[in-house]
Design a protein around this ligand. Structure first.
Ligand code: DGL
Length: 256
């Protein structure tokens, strides 16, 4: 069991940002990544549809004998994870927008960038109600940003003007921190930081998720104890010629 892979799931390339950090913290583990780029983005779909697609992705990973699953997608987490945990026997680790650390470590306004599905979910709104007593968090829906990031990877399309239009209303707003509430967004983190004139601290929640993954592996006695580097298998529902090559470039080289 210890040598079985850890499954990673996302609507597309976003979860690679989480896998990249997991590889740094636990290089000895074996990983299998499944990105549903054929159906991306999830953030503009009906909640039932997001649930169905997430369940399908998780079931696919289970068939590969994974010992744990990381739902490396905030949108899928906000809709499906609570329900899936009731049905599935392996531990499921998920994403949570890093609102709490952002509130604790900064003063001033915090932009929470995420998909519409994530921002309207009970899960995220409960989190905001619990910690944001001074109403510092501003929700910024980015309906197309994950899709644009997929397009920029697969079709080499420039997304700067789309991104700038989203951020423009907040440029003069005394923003001190940004929470990236979607795992696609770390790939455009530098562009976001450069847009603001003042210094901005960015929180992406990835370190928290990977630390949690490690804890769960230890608690369940399934952490790989080998000293050797593990393997990474990448799969996608999008079957175009260069899909896997581009996923790999994003994971190991950084093409955005
Ligand atoms: N990576 C997903 C997330 O974290 C992308 C959302 C989408 O597919 O729209 O929310």
């Amino acid at each position: 069991m210890r040598k079985n892979p850890i499954g990673f799931f996302d609507s597309g390339v976003g979860g690679l940002s989480v896998l990249k950090y997991a590889l740094k913290i636990m290089p000895e583990e074996n990983y299998i990544y499944f990105g549903d780029s054929l159906n991306a983005p999830y953030g503009t779909k009906a909640k039932e549809h997001v649930f169905e697609l997430t369940e399908k992705g998780v079931e696919y990973l289970l068939k590969q004998n994974v010992k744990a699953i990381v739902v490396a997608c905030n949108t899928a987490t906000s809709i499906a994870v609570d329900e899936l945990r009731k049905k599935i026997s392996v531990p499921i680790i998920s994403m949570e927008p890093a609102i709490k650390p952002a509130l604790e470590k900064t003063k001033g306004k915090i932009l929470l960038l995420a998909t519409n599905v994530t921002l309207s979910s009970d899960r995220v709104n409960k989190l905001i109600d619990k910690y944001d007593h001074d109403k510092r968090v501003i929700k910024v829906p980015c309906p197309e940003l994950a899709k644009k990031i997929e397009e920029s990877v697969f079709k080499n399309i420039n997304i700067d003007s789309y991104l700038n239009n989203i951020l423009l209303p907040y440029r003069e707003c005394d923003v001190t921190a940004i929470v990236l509430g979607c795992t696609h967004y770390p790939f455009v983190k530098d562009k976001i930081v450069n847009f603001f004139k003042n210094e901005i601290i960015v929180f992406d929640g990835i370190d928290g998720t990977v630390a949690h993954l490690k804890e769960i592996l230890i608690e369940n006695d399934i952490k790989n104890l080998s000293n050797e580097k593990g393997t990474v298998t990448i799969e996608s529902s999008l079957k175009e010629k260069n899909t896997i090559e581009l996923y790999n470039k994003l994971l190991f080289g950084g093409i955005l």
